[in-house]
Design a protein. Sequence first.
Length: 121
Amino acid sequence: MRELRIIVATADAERLRGALVLASAQAALGGRASIFLQVDGVGLLRPAFEAPRDAAHAAAGLPTLGQLIAEAVSLGVSLLACQSGMALHGISADDLPDSIAVSGPIAFLQETGEEARLLFA
C-alpha cells in the first residue's frame, strides 16, 4: 500500500479533521500515514486540541478533534509540526505532546518517497 502524506496549512479545524480521518483509515488498513501541519495549521495543535465545531460533532456521535488526534496517534499516524508555524504561533517543542514531532518542509519532502500519495488539505 502506498504511503499517504497530507499537508494541512490552514487553521481550518475541519480540514485537519478530514486529514485525520483519512490518515487513520490508511493506518487501520495497514498503511503508513503522516500529517504535516504547516504555517497556520500548527495553531490547531495547541494542547487543548479544541475545535469550534466539536460540540456539533459530539452531538452527532462523532469524535472531537482531540479524540481524532488521539485515535490517529494510537493507530501510528505521524503528526509533524512545522518549525516556522510554531514560531508564528508562539508554540515551543515543550508545548507539544511527545506524539507530535517537530519538522520542516525540506525534511517532510525528503522523507516522501516517489510512490507516496501527497495531499494538500
